[in-house]
Design a protein around this ligand. Structure first.
Ligand SMILES: O=C[C@H](O)COP(=O)(O)O
Length: 250
């Protein structure tokens, strides 16, 4: 049986406290109404808002996640945040290896794997992101490249309960462009197959699609085989848009 869908909002470096609280209250209000969406809903605000939003999320049934963590559990790493600190702040999830971390902060697969292992050790679910650049897509080898990226980024000891994988084509992030449903289906099938070779419960692992998910394309993308949810950037900053995407799960 396919896993229950997960719609995750990655706020990136956006929203101040009052705006974040208003968004979480609005989402919580929608979640408590009917009909209930056929998905779990996760918000990933900036670090500074986690403490303030944790009680609100708990009250309203929203899951709370962070956008990154350090690979070490403590130490002299000025400006970084450790996975146990995120758990302590009330997070259940953390995104690691987002393409913006990979490209703007030079994070390679080994770093992403170490961060994901730190997340698991702290009791968090790691959302490991992978995806090809436009040049890699044009080379005709996108599936091969992304599968290799995933296998090199996977934490030791992961299971469907502790790991989520997000496929985000770099060229689709924030651009308004999306792959065809066939391209998404082929990539997700390839990722599921590769995961099947290393995890005994790969069938139950959530594989998210991310990259320009909007209310207008969410239903089509979420209906693709092996797509178990979405990682939403820009559209997660609007209650109306994000909630419409959640409702697209059925
Ligand atoms: O983490 C989210 C992705 O980077 C997608 O961002 P986007 O929905 O703004 O394209």
């Amino acid at each position: 049986m396919a896993p229950r869908k997960l719609i995750a909002g990655n706020w990136k470096m956006n929203l101040l406290k009052a705006e974040g609280e208003a968004l979480v209250r609005a989402l919580g209000g929608s979640l408590s109404g009917t009909p209930k969406p056929a998905c779990d809903v996760l918000v990933c605000p900036p670090f500074t808002l986690l403490g303030a939003l944790a009680p609100l999320c708990r009250e309203t049934g929203l899951a709370l996640g962070a956008q990154d963590c350090h690979a070490k559990s403590s130490g002299a790493f000025t400006g970084d945040v450790a996975a146990p600190m995120l758990a302590d702040a009330g997070c259940s999830h953390v995104i690691v290896g987002h393409s913006e971390r990979r490209s703007l902060h030079g994070e390679d697969n080994a770093t992403v794997k170490a961060k994901a292992e730190a997340a698991l050790a702290a009791g968090l679910v790691a959302i490991v992101c992978v995806g090809e650049t436009e040049a890699e897509r044009d080379s005709g080898k996108a599936e091969e490249i992304v599968v290799a990226q995933l296998l090199a980024s996977l934490p030791q000891g992961a299971s469907a309960k502790t790991l989520v994988v997000a496929y985000e084509p770099v060229w689709a992030i924030g651009t308004g462009r999306t792959p065809t449903v066939e391209q998404v289906a082929d990539m997700h099938a390839a990722l599921r197959k590769a995961l099947g070779g290393v995890l005994s419960d790969a069938a139950g692992l959530r594989l998210l699609y991310g990259g320009s998910v909007k209310p207008g394309n969410a239903a089509e993308l979420l209906a693709v085989a092996n797509v178990d949810g979405a990682l939403v950037g820009g559209a997660s900053l609007s209650h109306g848009d994000f909630w419409a995407i959640c409702q697209s799960c059925g």
